[in-house]
Design a protein around this ligand. Sequence first.
Ligand code: HEC
Ligand code: HEC
Length: 292
Amino acid sequence: MSHVVERDEVTGTATTGHEWDGIRELNTPLPKWWLWTFYATIAFAALWVVLYPALPISGATGLLGYTARGAADQDRAAQASAAEPMLARLRATEPAQIVADPDLRAYAMAGGRVAFANTCAGCHGAGGQGAPGFPNLADDEWLWGGTLADVEQTIRHGIRAPDDDASRTSLMPRFVADGMLTAAQANDVVEHVLSLTNRATDAAAARRGAPVFAENCASCHGERAEGNREMGAPRLDDQVWLFGGDKASLLRTVSFGRGGVMPAWEKRLDPATIRMLTVYIHSLGGTEAAPQ
Ligand code: HEC
Ligand code: HEC
């Protein structure tokens, strides 16, 4: 059968020879540019599969050895090396000098804020406002001192941190549990403590409690209950309470003792991060100056 190419009379285009109910299909070829683009995308895909990790096989990297994780690591390394000169300066500069240098101070405040959110806010609250047992760092009441040096010491070595020999260790004793006071004496001394903020519920008991306090408590909390930072013994004549200042909480403290643990960070954080945290915390909490 000879193959005659029929042409459509109206358009002059060749037809495919197919006909449905008198309608003939025109044979319009794909434009060359479209076809070549299409072939190019196929070639591109094939090349991509060879060069990049395109196959769902774990560990596949392609010939170029590229991985998204590797690229992220590179970005991080680049960022770290960009930050390094500043971090080195922070490591080499005492906190007081950091505070005095506007550039370093701004850097330390920004870095300290981030490090605080990551590492400290879980215990001390998002703004350092504290919670029962976890001191407020945003006020100017300090258990262990609020100068830059005090704050840095606390962060590096913690408080009662079992894994750091330079950590502070003094405890609030378990007066009733360990038989140093009777329950009645504990009640009296707690009434005395309440009387320091004019909240005693039993004046006679509070009077009986005064000598108990002088004998058992003043050595750590001070004669006038003004607190002692050497011992981390809180002031008891103000409205700031770490473990609660109501009578029940006070009785619990005196009966069973307290010993909050602040972790030591020296082995866990870069010294530059500790410096930044020191400057940040110090700025939150009343910026106590070092004694002259
Ligand atoms: C696991 C909980 C926890 C974490 C995390 C924690 N702290 Fe503490 N921190 C404490 C406790 C508890 C105390 C109070 C210890 C005490 O009773 O004397 C404390 C005390 C402090 C103090 C002393 C406050 C004062 O009044 O003298 C500072 C400063 C401090 N923390 C800073 C930090 C910083 C900075 C971080 C983050 C690097 C941090 N803390 C992370 C639990 C924590
Ligand atoms: C050996 C030193 C020492 C002695 C003695 C001592 N305390 Fe304490 N006391 C502490 C320390 C340290 C803390 C803080 C514990 C902590 O932060 O976990 C504390 C905490 C407290 C608190 C909690 C304060 C708050 O803000 O919640 C009260 C109340 C208290 N002591 C009362 C007394 C009374 C009353 C006596 C005497 C019967 C006494 N303490 C004797 C060291 C002592």
